[in-house]
Ligand binder design. Sequence first.
Ligand SMILES: Nc1ncnc2c1ncn2[C@@H]1O[C@H](COP(=O)(O)OP(=O)(O)O)[C@@H](O)[C@H]1O
Ligand SMILES: [Mg+2]
Length: 206
Amino acid sequence: MRMLRESTHVRFIARVPVIDIRRQEDLMHLRRLEADSGIFFKLDNASASACRLKLDVTPDRQTHKIGYDGRGIFNELIHLAKMYRAAPKFVVQPVAAIVHYGKVIGYAMERVQGKTLEALSREFVEGLVSRSELDAVLANVGAAFKTLHRRRIGHGDAKASNIMITESNEVVLIDPSQWNFTYAHFGVRQSRLGRDRSRLGDLLRN
Ligand SMILES: Nc1ncnc2c1ncn2[C@@H]1O[C@H](COP(=O)(O)OP(=O)(O)O)[C@@H](O)[C@H]1O
Ligand SMILES: [Mg+2]
């Protein structure tokens, strides 16, 4: 991917280049990327206004009213990049951080050609996918998590809608938990790794 001109606040995040959507040049680049079907964009849903920026931003439009702390999506990107480096075969590749006023509001990643495990399970229930095909996929899901866990890295939100399956039944993990201690505010402290382990049995019994 072409290197972008230096951004005002953040130049590079977790070795992922930054697109600052206030810059006409970067914005054009973002739109070119978007037009290319090889890229999938994720903007933080926590900020409706940030999402609207995707469609709305023009270089002269005032966007100062967005008082938004994008720490969640920032953490998600950092962790995704870490997972990708540890297990590139099984994790979606982050392509660019999307930044607005120095805050990460989203990221671009490789578009996975396939469907979620959730969709595949539904097809199984409808009789469109065989037991043996589902079992083969679940074996790959197990292998993907095992590879990550061997490196002491957890995903943290292991569920069927966060696992993509390609046409050749390969597993691509997306959407990791933004935080390591997910339920800290309920007094339950569990790491991404711990949370994966407690969920994986159910997931693989699909
Ligand atoms: N890289 C991708 N390629 C193709 N589809 C994707 C990709 N990332 C996400 N999706 C689709 O979008 C849905 C929502 O994405 P996800 O990252 O899980 O967001 P959320 O945080 O809202 O759950 C996924 O369940 C999947 O269907
Ligand atoms: Mg998800």
